[in-house]
Write a protein that binds this ligand. Structure first.
Ligand code: GTP
Ligand code: MG
Length: 324
């Protein structure tokens, strides 16, 4: 049995072993572990929420890990404590998880003021993101004041990470043509800033040209709000160029929104969304794992598919089995 009081105190003192242990509890599939994690989280909740939470996305190879390594090192150099998390529901992909290549974060990996935690490897996007959210809160309790959450720019994981964070940064490649498609496909509603990466060496000119194109596109697609119009910057994760200006923008956003109470408001909205997401997750888990339903549901599905049973009748039966 874990001494949760001692574990909580150790986390509040910033002890990394305690933090890692708590995260393992939170990620566990065992019901008793999850329960302990919940108890711990409720106790630590008053000590959470003080970090700047930044989501970072972009297509594979755009340079997320490289940029996080450089940005994170810049920030620890400024006295920050930086936690790097990931949401990668497909982390079974070959070559390991999104953060598996710690070589891409060689500096941060050995930085005593940084903590890198790979994506929880199992389950649905909702499940993975919910666990990452708990890990984020634990990191905040342990004194990390910058949380960077990396996610690969495919599928729904971007929305999940945008719902975890205060600020959503989208990295772009210098060859604009294809990327503008990405802009139209809804990333624009999520992005608080676009950064064209690889603006170094021979790529510098192309990156500046791409940035100009994105600026023009943003102008058309997203009329500036009174509080914030999405900046477009050029950076190099490799050399670190532009990362100070990039961080200054993130701080400016935070100061502006915090002054109006809008960060807290956004987080409350996110909390409500999370509540319903978790309810949905549990309902689905029950659907999948309930022994009676597991046997019956495929038969109902087949009957509906064959036109032998009305969908409503089948839904009623499933709902009844779920106790609804
Ligand atoms: N020239 C240049 N190359 C870069 C820069 N940033 C990243 N790269 C290179 O681009 C490749 C991919 O970088 P990663 O940081 O692994 O990219 P990622 O977005 O994390 O990729 P995934 O995790 O696979 O989605 C590597 O070969 C990097 O060295 C940059 O600013 N300039
Ligand atoms: Mg990466």
């Amino acid at each position: 049995m874990v001494d949760l009081t001692a574990l909580g105190d150790a986390i509040l003192r910033g002890e990394r072993a305690a933090l890692a242990r708590a995260i393992t509890l939170a990620e566990s599939r065992r019901a008793d572990h999850r329960e302990q994690a919940q108890t711990l989280l409720s106790r630590l909740l008053p000590h959470t929420g003080k970090a700047i939470r930044v989501g970072i996305t972009g297509v594979p190879g755009v340079g997320k890990s490289t940029t996080i390594d450089a940005l994170g090192s810049y920030l620890t150099g400024q006295g920050h404590k930086v936690a790097v998390l990931a949401v990668d529901p497909s982390s079974t992909r070959s070559g390991g998880s999104i953060l598996g290549d710690k070589t891409r974060m060689a500096r941060l990996a050995i930085d005593p003021h940084a903590y890198i935690r790979p994506s929880p490897s199992s389950g649905t996007l909702g499940g993975v993101a919910a666990k990452t959210r708990e890990t984020m809160l634990l990191c905040e309790a342990a004194g990390f004041d910058v949380i960077l959450v990396e996610t690969v720019g495919v599928g729904q994981s971007e929305t999940a990470v945008a719902d975890l964070t205060d600020f959503f940064l989208v990295l772009m490649l210098p060859n604009a043509g294809d990327e503008l498609q990405g802009i139209k496909k809804g990333i624009i509603e999520l992005a608080d800033m676009l950064a064209v990466n690889k603006a170094d060496g021979e790529g510098a000119t192309a990156a500046r040209a791409a940035a100009a194109q994105y600026k023009a596109a943003l102008h058309i697609l997203a009329p500036a709000s009174t509080l914030w119009s999405t900046p477009v910057v050029t950076i190099s994760g490799l050399t670190g160029a532009g990362l100070d200006a990039l961080w200054a923008k993130i701080e400016e956003h935070r100061n502006r929104f915090e002054a109006k109470g809008l960060i807290a408001e956004k987080r409350r909205r996110q909390d409500v969304k999370w509540m319903w997401a978790m309810v949905q997750d549990r309902l689905q888990a029950k659907l999948r794992h309930d022994p009676a339903l597991k046997a019956r549901a495929p038969k109902l599905e087949a009957a509906v598919a064959a036109g032998e049973m009305a969908p409503t009748a089948a839904a009623d039966e499933i709902a009844k089995a779920l106790g609804l």
